[in-house]
Design a binder for this molecule. Structure first.
Ligand code: PEP
Length: 246
């Protein structure tokens, strides 16, 4: 029986007041096989952890370094101190706007695993690659590089870049086919196809979540915009719970 994972990525959004408003509407009643986490900006990890019951904490990034003269960096050990269970690694916005390379991302995966926080490795193709039908090649190359020194303890989020924050979503068939390919690749790289949850991300909302969760290879969702309000995030959680109850 599979579990489903739902991770909210708040990006650079949030405030103390927003956390309080979110907590007021939060329902801690979750399906026992649904794992929910939220990734707020670093300064709000602790407050969010204290405010929400039955919700794991995720960070949006971590340093490859354990400690040292790296101004502005946050290590994976520090995330563990704050109670984080997960850390996003290689989000397309980090790749695109912060120049993160596949090599750096591989080091971040390893740093997170060494510290005991589970990396959520984000992969996905740009629109031009999808139009040229090169999406499998792009994602395969990202996986091979990022998982070169990885242990089998991670989650993967397939996030087609053209679907992030655009309102465009991969069709359930497109998501399922890509997830099946990712699963095969994870098996050949780590021997851990079944143990590795593969989440879909890209404009997931309460309207499209049901069809995505119904896909056999989709083990959950990484949600940006729709995770900012408790009501819309909980509606997606409800759809995941319904799927698990069928
Ligand atoms: C994301 O930031 O990972 C994401 C999927 O964003 P959105 O749901 O807003 O497309």
């Amino acid at each position: 029986m599979k579990n489903l994972y739902l991770i909210g990525n708040w990006k650079q959004h949030g405030s103390q007041a927003a956390i309080e408003a979110f907590a007021d509407q939060w329902s801690s009643e979750q399906h026992p096989r649904l794992r929910i986490a939220i990734a707020p900006p670093f300064p709000y990890l602790q407050a969010l952890g204290e405010a929400l019951a039955n919700c794991d904490l995720a960070a949006q990034d971590c340093s490859v370094h354990v400690q040292g003269a790296h101004t502005g960096e946050v290590s994976a050990d520090m995330l563990v101190d704050l109670g984080c269970q997960y850390v996003l690694v290689g989000h397309s916005e980090r790749r695109q706007y912060h120049g993160e390379t596949d090599e750096l991302i591989a080091q971040k995966v390893a740093a997170a695993q060494a510290a005991g926080v589970t990396p959520v490795l984000c992969v996905g193709e740009q629109q031009a690659a999808r139009e040229a039908e090169k999406q499998d090649d792009v994602v395969r190359a990202q996986l091979r590089s990022a998982l070169a020194t990885s242990q089998p303890n991670l989650l993967i989020a397939y996030e087609p870049v053209w679907a992030i924050g655009t309102g465009l979503t991969a069709t359930p068939d497109q998501a399922n086919q890509m997830h099946a390919m990712i699963r095969q690749e994870v098996e050949s790289l780590l021997g851990a196809a079944q143990a590795t949850p593969i989440l879909y991300g890209g404009s997931v909302n309460a309207e499209n979540a049901d069809a995505l969760f119904a896909c056999p290879h989709v083990d959950g969702a990484l949600v940006g915009g729709a995770s900012l309000e408790a009501a819309s995030f909980m509606a997606i959680a409800q759809s995941a719970s319904n799927n698990l109850s069928h």
